[in-house]
Design a protein around this ligand. Structure first.
Ligand code: AMP
Length: 306
């Protein structure tokens, strides 16, 4: 089934206690598609500047990523700079330079307009809305966002929320958007604005799938080495949407399984700098890690004594 993502295609400079990168391949659409394409082909919409190392994107194409919806514009590429705390739990954005994204007007190739599974990755909500209006009959629309857009484009974001099936954000974004510190109340606040489901990612504590009157939780895969949390959320989304597209299903049971694929992809993402955690990862590796969640989450609750 066709899976389409729009999002940032960035050059990231990241500082963690374990090392740093400068102008490395990153951005929400890149992490999403590197993870998602392990399960299902991915079509990408976005823009890069004249300084972008296109060869690096081309190198990823054989994995099943179609970059034909990526425009090459004159100017500087999107750049993001971030620094993580010692425990990798929080990060500070040092710099966001929109570059060619500031003037970007997405125009989907005809072949992309029939996409059935649509992920509106972290990007200006106005652009997310423009992409949404060009896709004819999506089966499911999921969107992400970030503090940067919650602060600067709140009205557009609320307009977008009313038109999507699911919002997928991390816990601090859910708190900031709703203005409520309690994650479950924040989830309900979001549901009241349009989406039927909300996924709230909680880093090393896993992720929640919240629906009206029902909540499901999946842990993070237990890792002893974590190097770079950047992009884990987008990789989670790639695994989640890749699984749904591969299964051609959007019911609750498949969504719960998709949470496991999301958590699995997040674990590969954090185990290397940039997208390097995915090098050499095969579908079979993913399936094997997914199976480990059965034991990780199995609770043999005893029947009450008669
Ligand atoms: P995550 O760690 O999942 O939140 O995603 C981090 C990725 O998002 C990095 O690769 C950045 O290039 C990208 N990013 C950071 N800020 C923004 C923004 N304001 N809009 C779009 N993408 C962003």
């Amino acid at each position: 089934m066709s899976l389409l993502v729009v999002g940032s295609i960035a050059l990231d400079s990241v500082f963690t206690p374990f090392g740093e990168t400068a102008d490395a391949l990153g951005g929400s659409a890149v992490y999403f598609s590197v993870a998602g394409s392990i399960l299902n082909p991915v079509q990408v919409v976005g823009v890069v500047g004249s300084d972008y190392p296109i060869a690096e994107l081309d190198r990823l194409a054989p994995r099943g990523i179609d970059w034909s919806g990526v425009e090459r514009a004159d100017g500087e590429s999107f750049r993001w700079k971030g620094k993580y705390s010692y425990d990798l739990q929080s990060r500070e954005t040092l710099e966001t330079r929109l570059g060619v994204f500031a003037a970007f007007r997405p125009k989907l190739p005809q072949a992309f307009r029939d996409a059935r599974f649509l992920f509106l990755g972290n990007i200006d909500p106005e652009l997310q809305l423009e992409v949404l209006s060009q896709v004819r009959r999506p089966e499911i629309v999921v969107c992400d966002t970030m503090n940067y857009w919650i602060q600067s484009k709140r009205d557009d974001l609320l307009k977008l929320l009313a038109r999507v099936d699911m919002l997928m954000v991390n816990d601090s974004e859910a708190r900031e958007l709703s203005g409520d510190w309690n994650i479950h109340r924040a989830g309900r606040w979001i549901l009241e604005r349009g989406p039927k489901q909300v996924v709230i990612k909680q880093g090393e504590y896993g992720a929640l799938l919240i629906e009206k009157g029902r909540t499901f939780h999946i842990p993070a895969y237990p890792l002893e080495e974590v190097f770079d949390p950047t992009g884990a959320g987008d990789a989670f989304a790639g695994g989640f949407m890749g699984y749904l597209a591969r299964s051609n299903a959007v019911d609750t049971q498949h969504m719960r399984r998709a949470m496991v694929y999301g958590s699995t992809m997040g674990s590969y993402s954090v185990s290397g700098f940039g997208v390097r955690g995915f090098e050499g990862v095969t579908t079979e590796d993913v399936e094997q890690r997914v199976r480990q969640f059965v034991d990780l989450t199995n609770v043999p609750i005893a029947e009450p004594a008669p």
